[in-house]
Design a protein around this ligand. Structure first.
Ligand code: HEC
Ligand code: HEC
Length: 222
């Protein structure tokens, strides 16, 4: 699996940046964030099996010790989505469930008026070769993920824009690959304008396109 170390490293930097303080609820959230990021990284490379283990952890551990009745619904939604990822029979199923997972994180953060405060998105990494292009794609997906779970439109839009603003890459690997290069561009362009309530599905569709192309070109899971 060629992509994984790079993808995992990028996800980890993020975790450290996101959780400044250590407290009981914060620590537990840190664990959830790490597992949810592992699900995301595995699915980007089309590796459903790699997503199963962090998903079953999420299914078995409560996000927060809570007695608030409003929170219970989000905890249940988080668990249901995690079970669906764990038991998914395709990347598409797992990606859809990952969208629902993100929605449960965001739902509780919004309703309890708590949750992560991510650093401002900053500028996407530059460069024109394929590797830079892909690093930028990863940066974009991480920002959209943060924007989703932290319910921040600025961060979400910065991520979507990073892909929307670049020319679709030209690929010599056949028309299916070229179509996916255009698809990711078009999806990101739509994502930039997608209202909060529909972002989880849009995120899931982007994830499917990353996974689909990596599987097709053989750069993903072996
Ligand atoms: C049932 C409610 C609930 C659910 C579900 C939930 N969170 Fe949280 N989250 C919280 C609360 C409350 C805080 C604030 C905790 C604190 O400040 O100590 C928080 C804080 C965070 C933080 C910041 C932690 C820090 O130390 O700064 C991150 C990151 C986070 N959540 C990620 C997630 C992810 C990822 C998910 C979904 C997989 C999720 N949360 C699901 C309630 C929830
Ligand atoms: C149209 C096809 C295609 C799409 C769509 C695509 N990729 Fe890639 N990706 C590739 C190819 C081909 C490589 C292998 C590049 C190489 O030769 O190292 C790659 C490699 C990568 C790498 C490893 C780069 C490196 O230099 O280590 C990352 C990270 C990555 N892609 C992220 C993403 C993300 C995130 C998405 C979705 C937003 C995405 N890619 C969408 C084709 C694609």
């Amino acid at each position: 699996m060629r992509l994984s170390p790079r993808v995992a490293a990028a996800a980890l930097t993020l975790v450290v940046a996101s959780c400044a303080t250590a407290g009981t609820a914060g620590d537990r959230m840190f664990d959830h964030f790490t597992r949810a990021s592992s699900v995301q990284s595995a699915l980007i490379v089309g590796d459903v099996d790699g997503a199963r283990r962090p998903a079953s952890w999420l299914a078995e551990h409560d996000a927060v010790a809570t007695t608030a009745p409003g929170d219970r619904g989000w905890i249940d939604a988080l668990r249901t989505a995690s079970v669906e990822i764990r038991d998914a029979t395709s990347v598409d199923e797992a990606a859809d469930a990952t969208g629902r997972l993100a929605r449960s994180c965001a739902g509780c953060h919004t309703s309890s008026n708590a949750g992560p405060r991510f650093r401002p998105a900053g500028e996407p990494p530059e460069g024109d070769d394929r590797s830079s292009h892909m690093t930028r794609n990863l940066w974009a997906m991480d920002r959209m993920w943060e924007g989703l779970i932290g319910a921040s439109s600025d961060t979400w839009e910065a991520g979507a824009r990073a892909i929307a603003d670049e020319e679709p890459e030209s690929f010599s690997g056949g028309s299916a690959v070229a179509a996916l290069a255009r698809a990711i561009h078009e999806q990101a362009t739509r994502a930039e304008r997608t209202p909060t309530g529909n972002r989880a599905e849009v995120y899931a569709d982007l994830l499917k396109t990353c996974a689909g192309c990596h599987t097709l070109v053989g750069a993903g899971a072996d």
